[in-house]
Design a protein around this ligand. Structure first.
Ligand SMILES: NC(=O)c1ccc[n+]([C@@H]2O[C@H](COP(=O)([O-])OP(=O)(O)OC[C@H]3O[C@@H](n4cnc5c(N)ncnc54)[C@H](OP(=O)(O)O)[C@@H]3O)[C@@H](O)[C@H]2O)c1
Length: 285
């Protein structure tokens, strides 16, 4: 029986490492990218056990068409796992971040996750022909803690946490396992994509505090884990008949939990303000 895994956003970072690791472990991977150059590059690296699909997850029609084009690969054995990984952020104060940018983050990180999941759920086991599979959502510590000036991302990842819980409770009757991975900083392209992006708000009332943004990004990146840590965790979840519902991946887990779960709001607010005024990490943990 072939074990097929569907992963969104495999061009770089966590998704790329997961695709490479899983193909090398003997899984067949269907991976989505946005550029044909990325599809060709990864196909030539991974060979026959990698099937690229090229589409932007916000393009509903392309999403439907491209995913349907691989249904025949899933007809016999269904889908072993779906990893919703594609994600992005556009940082900026909630007051002045343009509506279309805020909404595009929600579209990629939330709405597209539901669209893609629903297209593939029959093959994950809502159709009784197939063995129950695993749904893994790449969430974030930003789904647990709200960092100022990264509102679109935090709101989207909180929504993804909620969606993960709801799918888990709705899909348990089919035996489908649903898990959120909640990484802290991981070395990937996401950091470079965001450096310098807050400079456009320099003339706003938030200009002063945002002048330290790039330093904050650099500081957060310094403590980042390698993508391999997430790939190892994914393998662990895939091989575990009863995985946890969520996995926090953070160097200082207990401090993070203290800040996000147990510290009174005002105290957490003060820590965040202090960290920001020093140009320290958005999340002072
Ligand atoms: N790195 C971290 O510290 C960290 C921490 C917590 C959670 N995460 C989460 O991990 C996931 C992977 O991120 P990463 O760190 O590996 O960053 P990354 O290297 O930037 O990878 C993001 C992937 O998502 C794809 N993507 C973005 N927008 C898309 C769209 N509209 N349609 C299709 N694909 C799209 C990107 O494709 P393109 O190359 O075409 O842009 C890329 O393949 C994200 O969900 C992110 O929120 C990351």
């Amino acid at each position: 029986m072939s074990k097929t895994i569907f992963i969104t956003g495999v061009s770089s970072g966590i998704g790329f490492d997961a695709a490479v690791t899983l193909v090398r472990q003997g899984y067949k991977v269907i991976g989505t990218v946005r550029k044909t150059g990325d599809a060709d590059r990864i196909k030539s690296l991974l060979g026959d056990n990698f099937v690229p699909l090229v589409f932007d997850v916000t393009d509903r029609e392309a999403c439907q068409r491209q995913i349907s084009s691989v249904f025949h690969l899933l007809e016999a054995d269904g889908l072993f796992a779906l990893i919703n990984n594609a994600g992005m952020t556009i940082a900026g104060p909630l007051e002045i971040l343009p509506d279309d940018e805020f909404e595009s983050v929600m579209d990629v990180n939330v709405f597209a996750v539901r669209r893609i999941t629903n297209l593939l759920l029959p093959y994950l086991g809502t159709n009784s022909r197939y063995q129950p599979g695993k749904l893994i959502n790449i969430s974030s510590v930003s789904g647990l803690f709200n960092s100022p000036f990264n509102g679109s991302y935090c709101i989207s990842k909180h929504a993804l946490e909620s969606m993960t819980d709801i799918y888990r409770r709705e899909l348990s009757m089919f035996g489908i396992s649903v898990t959120a991975i909640e990484p802290g900083p991981i070395k990937s392209e996401i950091w470079a994509k965001n450096k310098g992006t807050l400079a456009r708000f320099a003339d706003s009332a938030y200009g002063q505090i945002l002048s330290k943004a790039d330093k904050m990004i650099e500081n957060a990146e310094k403590s980042a884990f390698a993508t391999r840590v997430i790939s190892d965790l994914i393998i662990n979840i895939l091989q575990n008949p009863n995985p946890d519902t969520r996995y926090l991946v953070h160097r200082k887990k207990w401090m993070f939990r203290l800040l996000s779960h147990w510290l009174p709001d005002r105290m957490a607010d003060r820590l965040v303000q202090k960290a920001m005024s020093q140009g320290d990490n958005y999340r002072p943990v």
